[in-house]
Write a protein that binds this ligand. Structure first.
Ligand SMILES: NC(=O)CC[C@H](N)C(=O)O
Length: 359
């Protein structure tokens, strides 16, 4: 099976197809994690994106079903240097190729992922088409030109009605914009009683449940498009402790009256250095985002900057001047990647406990 990856600027990469045979248009992104291909493909925040891994050997420890971040695959395609057909790991139950065939994801291997990554860094976020079917290049070009990338994914990810995950401790509302399993896991191991809510839940409906705090999840797409979510968060601001992660952080920025913008090529990987201004300590974090909060815009609206990126100085975390409301751009739950910043979940629990005795 042959494989083709064609960029909007005309760059073309030819390799070998693997996974489910198919053709898809998406935003081309690269991830610098050495491990974690399974968590990446099952993270709903990758909806609509074609992912290339900078690490060359992919699939080599197989697939272990309990490591998935959701039940589906949300990415549009996977591009790797070398795909392992003979994985080895004590908990491996399947191969990456088999998972991609089952869940319907096309892949390309045997391409120079270094040059693909360099190209993305030069041109910035770019539309691309991936195909491992017998389709003429001209047809792929037409498909690419004729497809507009979606920016508003809210309706396609996350729960469609409220869902309860029982626990003994604080009752946490999770605004589900495509939440990763490990965020829920981080709450579960802290004993939380979790209520998941769809992106378009009304304030009144949510208020009818007794809630101790609100966690705003990660999710795909452009945060500025999530207007109902932004409005909902605005109404919760003075009501309960809030913790935003990634997309949740970006929506919180909009809810306080700030702004977000698209970065040239985003941060995706498990090795991003972040400085915690309050602890005066640097951490290695897991990241996956293409948009970022405009620091000036939120400082003007009463937010303090708590974390900054050590590579490009961009905003990585913020906290309200006097409300128990804070958020981070990176993923404190890791998966894939370091979990050094899990202390933020403890801070959220503390904020809820302080407001009301729970746990
Ligand atoms: N992981 C996320 O929540 C991603 C947030 C947003 N879709 C972005 O790309 O910036």
């Amino acid at each position: 099976m042959k494989g083709t990856l064609l960029f909007e600027d005309g760059s073309i990469y030819r390799g070998k197809g693997f996974g489910r045979s198919g053709t898809a248009v998406g935003e081309m992104v690269f991830n610098t994690s050495i491990t974690g291909y399974q968590e990446i493909l099952t993270d709903p925040s990758y909806a609509g994106q074609i992912v290339t891994m900078t690490y060359p050997l992919i699939g080599n420890y197989g697939i272990s079903l309990r490591e998935s971040e959701s039940e589906g695959i949300y990415a549009r395609g996977m591009v790797v240097k070398s795909i392992s057909q003979h994985p080895s790991h004590y908990s491996s139950e399947s191969t990456l190729e088999h998972m991609m065939q089952q869940l319907g994801l096309p892949g390309i291997a045997e391409v120079d992922t270094r040059s693909i990554t360099k190209r993305i860094r030069e041109v910035g976020a770019i539309k691309a088409v991936i195909s491992n079917e017998e389709i003429a290049e001209e047809t792929l070009r037409q498909l690419l030109e004729g497809t507009t990338l979606e920016e508003d994914w809210m309706k396609e990810v996350g729960v469609s009605k409220p869902k309860h995950i029982p626990g003994e401790g604080c009752r946490v509302a999770v605004l589900d914009l495509g939440v990763k399993a490990n965020i829920l896991e981080a709450l579960k191991i802290r004993g939380c009683d979790i209520m998941l809510f769809p992106y378009n839940t009304s304030f009144d409906e949510m208020k009818s449940y007794e809630l101790d705090g609100l966690l705003i999840s990660n999710g795909p797409g452009n945060p500025a498009e999530a207007v109902t979510g932004i409005e909902l968060i605005r109404q919760w601001l003075k009501e309960r402790p809030i913790f935003g992660i990634c997309m949740g952080h970006q929506l919180l920025a909009h809810a306080v009256g700030g702004n977000t913008f698209k970065m040239k090529y985003g941060h995706r990987g498990g090795n991003h250095g972040v400085y915690d201004q309050l602890k005066k300590k640097a951490y290695i974090t897991s990241q996956n985002h293409g948009y970022v909060v405009d620091a000036e815009s939120v400082i003007k609206k009463g937010m303090m900057i708590t974390h900054t990126n050590l590579n490009d100085d961009s905003l990585e975390g913020m906290q309200h001047e006097f409300l128990p409301v804070f958020s981070v751009q990176f993923h404190p739950e890791g998966s894939p990647g370091p979990q050094d910043t899990e202390y933020l979940f403890d801070q959220f629990i503390e904020n809820m406990k302080e407001r009301k005795k729970c746990l």
